[in-house]
Design a protein around this ligand. Structure first.
Ligand SMILES: N[C@@H](CCC(=O)N[C@@H](CS)C(=O)NCC(=O)O)C(=O)O
Length: 271
């Protein structure tokens, strides 16, 4: 039995906060799920699996998605919603299925705590752990303020306020990270890699989704949220991100995903 089971669509940089932490500290994780659209044909449950005919007929499971799955008919079991009251993915469970852990930062915290003896990723003491929490909270706010923008990109329907909110969030987040890394600091907290670095790398990775859509975005009259001069304007944050994406524990998920998005330069509307 794995220490943690996570149900999520894939690829999902939010899920990778946990899988990268697990690669570093050896915690055994089982990941279930499929590509985003396919989750409408999955049972959202501890025992997540593709739907059977009887699941489709069970009205107790019927739910309408709200964020990312807005308006989509989904099948979430009552047990799933007991464990995950906000009904979101990634959705983690203790190995025995009794405890649900939601919010990707908290799922990553669970991995860090479970593997603490092998490798501390959650700080050396209460102060460092709390400072890591500070970065995780700032990352959640950034993730929240960019979510509508990223979903707008995916739907090829951008609202001006979503783009403005995301742009302002980017400046706040990147400026804070830049300041935190100034003076030759190698990591965000303390002298070793922590959840703060993992979360930063994964949250920033989410913004790479805008890369293949820049032409579409400009065509709609909007600027990219990540400015073209990111490396010059935020040199420490950019260098840290570049180091992390190449790190052996991050590269299996991040490097191929980012390189793929960097290689698609021009998606036209509808693709
Ligand atoms: N802040 C959350 C965001 C999770 C989230 O919003 N997930 C969306 C998909 S992008 C979801 O599961 N929506 C379920 C629904 O629409 O019912 C995290 O980091 O885990």
């Amino acid at each position: 039995m794995a220490a943690l089971r996570i149900f999520s669509y894939q690829p999902n940089p939010r899920l990778w906060k946990a899988t990268i932490a697990a690669r570093l500290n050896g915690v055994d994780i089982e990941v279930r799920g499929a590509e985003p659209a396919a989750l409408a044909d999955w049972l959202w449950d501890f025992d997540a699996r593709p739907l059977r005919d009887e699941d489709r007929a069970n009205s107790d499971y019927q739910q309408t998605g709200r964020v990312g799955f807005g308006g989509t008919s989904l099948r979430k079991t009552p047990d799933f919603l007991d464990a995950h009251p906000f009904g979101t993915v990634p959705a983690a469970f203790s190995g025995d299925g009794r405890t649900g852990i939601f919010e990707s930062n908290s799922i990553a915290r669970a991995v860090a705590r479970l593997g603490e003896a092998r490798l501390p990723l959650y700080g050396a003491d209460a102060y460092e752990a709390s400072r890591i929490d500070s970065f995780l909270d700032a990352s959640l706010v950034f993730g929240r303020d960019t979510q509508a923008y990223l979903l707008g990109l995916r739907a090829r329907h951008m609202e001006a306020h979503a783009q403005q909110l995301a742009s302002a969030a980017f400046v706040t987040y990147a400026s804070g990270m830049e300041r935190a890394l100034k003076g030759g600091r190698e990591f965000l907290v303390g002298k070793q890699l922590s959840l703060a670095d993992i979360c930063f790398a994964c949250e920033l990775t989410m913004l790479w989704y805008e890369r293949p859509l820049l032409a579409w975005l400009h065509g709609q009259g909007y600027a990219a949220v990540m400015p073209a001069d990111f490396a010059d304007a935020y040199p420490h944050a950019c260098a840290h991100f570049t180091r992390l994406r190449r790190h052996e524990a991050f590269a299996p998920e991040l490097e191929s995903h980012l390189a793929h998005l960097e290689s698609i330069t021009n998606i036209s509307a509808g693709e």
